[in-house]
Ligand binder design. Structure first.
Ligand code: SAH
Ligand code: SF4
Ligand code: F3S
Length: 446
């Protein structure tokens, strides 16, 4: 009989890591591992890490420091580092942290059971190869979504990995490798499987998900075609995708926002900067005006779409005028949601060789940008009050008799109801708080 063991996974970084953590848990299932939420109970701890900014990468070493004590209490405990820091700094982790038993890069998760067995046998194990075979083919079916995910009616599904864009600041092309799309058939069967397990909303994931070009025999499908085909699955009510690059928003995908009702009115389309000079230095390959024109076309197809973005402030050589251009672009677009970061120099990327902006200035700019973005987000949330939206209930709220779900626009909505997890209800928004909305049921059977 296989020995029963406990696995604790801590996930950092993007949604693709969330998806990968589920898949790693599934890969360890046949070896007798079930997931736990308490590291103290674990026989194997995996840190699924992110390398995107310096602070993200540093978290690994501080977390490893905290975990050290657990090994003293449980000599059988094995500790592994997965994800993008593992890929970028695998050998360094092995050298700096002797308590790490295994290191596994994002393209090698199917080798996790073998690496764990090697570590149990007393040898430290490292795999950060970019294998030619598709790791997804070698992972077990979606039978064992983690304890938290199992009941969740919304799921992630990675359809594309890696990136060929090489923005001057970004580590992703190095940590995740070249752009690869999963074949259409695999994506469809995984989606159908998720829906048969009660999933009603799927978010398609990829570092550049709208560059999806999955094979179907001799044909290659774009993302719009994939979305339209997924929309035919009975029981699947909502489709989203993230993250997209402006240059890969083709006409068909724009049209799908207008004519595919299951495609939700929310689009995360990072721009990073509103200055053409900086966009060029970032190697983004479009101008601010092109981005604004693109958003106009998307809004023509779906007028109520909520636009979300990412921004980097203090990119090398950014002047006050460049920053003002970013503020101006933000005023023109009106973002319903946004993520903004101070530039962080990453080893091995072209921008790391350039001269940094004075950090005090960069901080001040970030404050100003975030204040503007917060203002827009609050306004757009306020405008929801009085409107009717559909809410997919995901979990009980903090107060008794309350459920929390997501609106079509991805706002969290608190509602007093005894509706079950996984139901979609028509809800009238009654109030807007700092991070969520409140609403009341209009119709239970939306
Ligand atoms: N593929 C996506 C982004 C992936 S990384 C895209 O092209 O937009 C997520 C976000 O992290 C980026 O949009 C960017 O805003 C931020 N980011 C990436 N590298 C960074 C760096 N070196 N410093 C600060 N922020 C960074
Ligand atoms: Fe990074 Fe640019 Fe690729 Fe996005 S498109 S993952 S920012 S290199
Ligand atoms: Fe971070 Fe890797 Fe995702 S660097 S953002 S975990 S692709």
């Amino acid at each position: 009989m296989t020995k029963q063991r406990k696995l604790y996974i801590k996930t950092y970084g993007c949604q693709m890591n969330v998806y990968d953590s589920e898949r790693m848990a599934e890969a360890m299932g046949p070896g007798g591992y079930t997931q736990t939420d308490t590291p103290e109970d674990a026989d194997l701890i995996l840190l699924n890490t992110c390398h995107i900014r310096e602070k993200a990468a540093e978290k690994v070493y501080s977390e490893l420091g905290r975990l050290k004590g657990l090994k003293k209490d449980n000599p059988d405990l094995k500790i592994g580092v997965a994800g993008c820091v593992a890929q970028a700094e695998g050998a360094e982790i092995m050298a700096r942290a002797p308590m790490v038993d295994l290191v596994v890069g994002p393209q090698s998760y199917h080798n996790l059971p073998a690496l764990e067995a090697k570590a149990r046998g007393g040898k430290r194990a490292l795999d950060t190869e970019f294998p030619t075979e598709d790791k997804f083919e070698h992972l077990p079916a979606r039978t064992a979504r983690g304890p938290k995910a199992r009941r969740a009616p919304a799921a992630f599904l990675t359809v594309q990995e890696g990136c060929d864009k090489f923005c001057a600041f970004c580590v992703v092309p190095y940590t995740r490798g070249a752009e690869v799309s999963r074949p259409v058939g695999r994506v469809l069967s995984e989606a159908e499987d998720l829906v048969s397990r009660g999933v009603r909303e799927i978010t398609l994931l990829g570092q550049n998900v709208n560059a999806y070009h999955g094979a179907d025999g001799q044909q290659s499908w774009g993302l719009a075609r994939l979305v339209r085909r997924l929309a035919e699955i009975d029981g699947l009510e909502r489709i989203r995708f993230t993250t997209s690059h402006p240059n890969d928003m083709d006409d068909d995908l724009i049209a799908a926002h207008g004519d595919c009702p299951k495609l939700m009115p929310y689009l995360h389309l990072p721009v990073q900067s509103g200055s053409d000079r900086i966009l060029k230095r970032m190697n983004r390959k479009h101008t601010a005006a092109e981005y604004i024109a693109l958003i106009d076309r998307i809004r023509a197809a779906r007028p109520d779409i909520l636009i979300s973005g990412d921004f980097i402030v203090g990119f090398p050589e950014e002047t006050e005028q460049d920053f003002e251009d970013t503020m101006e672009l933000v005023r023109q677009i009106r973002y319903g949601q946004a993520f903004s970061f101070k530039y962080s120099a990453r080893p091995g990327t072209p921008a790391a060789e350039r001269i940094d902006v004075d950090p005090v200035q960069a901080d001040a700019r970030l404050q100003r940008l975030q204040a503007l973005l917060r203002e827009q987000q609050t306004e757009i949330q306020q405008e929801m009050v009085g409107r009717e939206v559909n809410v997919l209930f995901e979990k009980p709220g903090r107060m008794a008799g309350q459920m929390v779900g997501k609106s079509d626009y991805l706002h969290a909505v608190h509602v007093e109801t005894d509706a079950e997890i996984g139901t979609i209800a028509r809800v009238r928004i009654t109030a807007s708080g700092p991070n969520s909305l409140a609403g009341e049921i209009v119709d239970n059977s939306a």
